[in-house]
Write a protein of this length. Sequence first.
Length: 632
Amino acid sequence: MADAGLSAGRDSGDEDADVLDRLDPVVLHHIVNTRGWPDLRPLQRAAIPPLMEGQDALLLAPTTGGKTEAARFRLLSAMTEHKWTGTFVLYLCPLKALLDNLVGCVDAYAQRLGQRTVLWHGDTKESQRQRIRAEAPDILLTTRESLEGTGSRTGQVVAPGVHLLATDGSGHSVKVSPEPSGRPAGEVELDYVGSLDNAAKLIAALHRGEKRLVFCESCRQAEELGAALRAREVTVFLSHASLSVDERARSEQAFAEARDCVIVSTSTLELGIDVGDLDRVIQIDSPTFVASFLQRIGRICRRAGTVRNCLFLTTREDTLLQAAGLLLLWSHSWVEPVVPPPEARHLLAQQLLAVTLQQHKRGDQLWNRQWNGLAPFGKSAAPILRFLTEEGYLDSDGGMLFIGPEAERRFGKRHFIELTASFTAPPQFTVLSGRTEIGRTDPSVLTEERPGPRRLLLGGRRMNGGVAGLSYALTRAMREVLLGTNPPVSLARRAEACLAEQRETDVPDTVLPGGTLTTHVGSDVRWWTWAGYRANATLAATLQSVTDPLQRPTDSWLRLRENLTPADWRAARDNVGGNLVLPDVDRRVVHGLKFSTALPERLAVATVAARLADFEGAGLVLDEPTRFQYDG
């Protein structure tokens, strides 16, 4: 009688009933009596046979579609059916916050089956790690960065948020959306409030008695907004990566249980984290990816009868334009494409060393057979293999390759544990003022050589998406908004007025319909491409004879030499042909690339430069006509 709810929900005949009967009775009992579910969702039913048979599977469903439970039900049932021992199930997540949210749910099921679940990530203390190594759990939850430190061998891997586990090999996440293509139903409003303090006033006044989740684009912005809301006697909880683990856990638990409150978060609550019965999603300024927006609006609509909603509160003119461009892309059912990482030479070096370590020796003419003809391990790998041998990473004797002394020195600690995983944290530079850390910055600030000391401003105004820059698609959508196209969402009168003012004052000097604009104002010569940072960096490197070598490109323009003439410009463009050039990269940037020391410096630099280039966007800009405009 305990499982009558699920039995009553079966209307597909004996075959469907057999699918549910494959789940462990304890799991079924918990689904019906603890969760109160009368039936499983179609995805959860469909996933049972292939997962119980040990097949690889990719579960795709909109946010709140039940993907995590689909894997959990099957794995817990299989653990008891097959009597697995040791650490046999690994949850691999892209975010610590997602792990913290998952561990309680997984453990609640596991305890009923006599299974032990533990969490291991950057906040796990060394004493806890030693206990985990001594007493292997049945289920281990960890991040990709912490995986190599666990030393665990598992049989089954679950990867919630797998679309954020895709990286370019140096830690840069490839943002893709798990949503089906097409604009999700929901109520979206875009407003311009002019300052973070005004945003706090509006949030404090709106939707009292409801649970509101506010997304910010930086930890500093989240802290400032939280303080402004507390000053207005709003119950506020914060969640961002800079908080201590205890403080973050207290905030998330309190928010899950509270009603009339606001949680202010960065992207830590963007991905698959249960924040309870949520009423409103509010976005301060704008994310840089449509996929992020889909994740954020997907935090709501977890209760029957609720409608997805998101209110954008922009605090500056440039972020209003960015938000409008992003919503325009969203309305066109566009989302960032999944693009494989280019030229992962550092991973090629890692694989060559790892396979030699695994097999103790490898024939110097047979090494490429290990990868069954996979393209990177062909002739292009020969310079890397030669470098590894010449620099002592590999020893060569009698036609055989062995791990060399340099590999032992660089990677040999703790039984070569650094060599066993290719994941690393995103490459960022810590910025210090004296001995005080004031922030972190993306390596793309070092995309060109520059004489003298390099000066950065942190805590000042951030233009158009920050250091890493915006994409070609988003910047072009912003240009389309300036030319008169509004996103099909509810526009507040303040937003309409601000966009109208930008169109009147900015468009004549920055935008050319059907082409690009080059403006001369005194000695300041700017080429308004609206192509995004990476395309502009590619153009600056390709057109070095006419671009300013001391000025870093922006998302919308790059500076040209002050004595440039239209004839010089035409000659430079004609000389390009189809030969675009990788952006210039400061050699210090390669230190953020894992295994970069196992590459010749020129190849390590080229690997980073390839990730900062946008050849497609740059080529599209060069194909457009350009008009020269002189002030006065």
